[in-house]
Design a protein around this ligand. Structure first.
Ligand SMILES: C[S@@+](CC[C@H](N)C(=O)[O-])C[C@H]1O[C@@H](n2cnc3c(N)ncnc32)[C@H](O)[C@@H]1O
Length: 227
């Protein structure tokens, strides 16, 4: 009898392996980076504000896709906002991140966490999609694929919420520090700062957009509602 061929695992994108192994693929970093205090420090004390700003865009009872795992309690806040009648699906390409997010969401039966590459088309659609600090970590070509796929996953009348870095104003005291962070740790971030999320792909023409910047322009929240 021929043996069934095991499903091939989703390959990790080269940019993730080459640039972010230290941050997302190493068990020791997952343990220490996944702490509230660390997440808060990385976002200069703005973690609560940014997470609340994202989560407030969703309503109880919605079916929501969270694009990629996020350190700290972001998924817990989102799933609590959706409530028992809602459904959260988290998709991440790294099995170690999927396992970590599953552990955090164990007490929420409405939550699903699965491995997939968001640069590949999604098989399902959602009432809403949330993408928290993913776009600055991917190179421009993959960023466009991801945004296109996420937009395609939004049902008519549904919304998509991006929270990410934005170019800080010239006087921002953190500007020189962030320039170093982007240069040495986040090599794709500057390419995101040079473009507008809401015009990245032609498919965005089907959405009404609004954008808000926070903390002296260092962060942005961009919300699109499908017409
Ligand atoms: C959301 S981003 C960064 C979030 C934020 N910096 C934080 O503190 O967690 C990090 C995640 O994106 C995931 N990721 C990167 N590229 C991806 C892709 N193409 N598809 C799915 N997940 C991806 C990584 O595996 C990682 O878990």
């Amino acid at each position: 009898m021929p043996r069934p061929v095991p499903a091939s695992p989703t390959p990790l994108p080269a940019y993730l392996r080459d640039t972010y192994t230290w941050a997302y693929l190493d068990r020791r970093s997952v343990r220490w980076l996944d702490q509230r205090v660390v997440v808060s420090a990385i976002l200069w004390g703005n973690a609560d504000r940014l997470m609340n700003a994202a989560v407030a865009e969703f309503r109880p009872g919605q079916r929501v896709l969270q694009a990629a795992a996020v350190y700290g309690d972001f998924s817990l806040r989102l799933v609590a906002r959706l409530g028992d009648a809602g459904q959260l699906t988290v998709v991440d390409v790294a099995p170690i991140q999927v396992a970590n997010t599953r552990r955090k969401l164990l007490r929420w039966p409405g939550a699903r966490v699965r491995v997939a590459d968001l640069a590949e088309p999604l098989a399902t659609t959602f009432e809403a999609v949330c993408c928290f600090f993913l776009l600055h970590e991917v190179p421009p070509h993959s960023r466009r694929c991801i945004v296109r796929n996420l937009l395609s996953a939004v049902e008519p009348g549904g919304r998509i919420v991006f929270v990410d870095y934005h170019r800080p104003r010239w006087w921002h005291p953190m500007r020189p520090v962030m320039a170093l962070v982007f240069r040495y740790l986040e090599p794709f971030a500057n390419s995101l700062l040079a473009e507008s999320i809401e015009t990245l792909v032609p498919e965005s023409a089907d959405f009404e957009w609004r954008r808000e910047t926070l903390f002296g322009g260092l962060y942005q929240k961009v919300v699109g509602v499908r017409r």
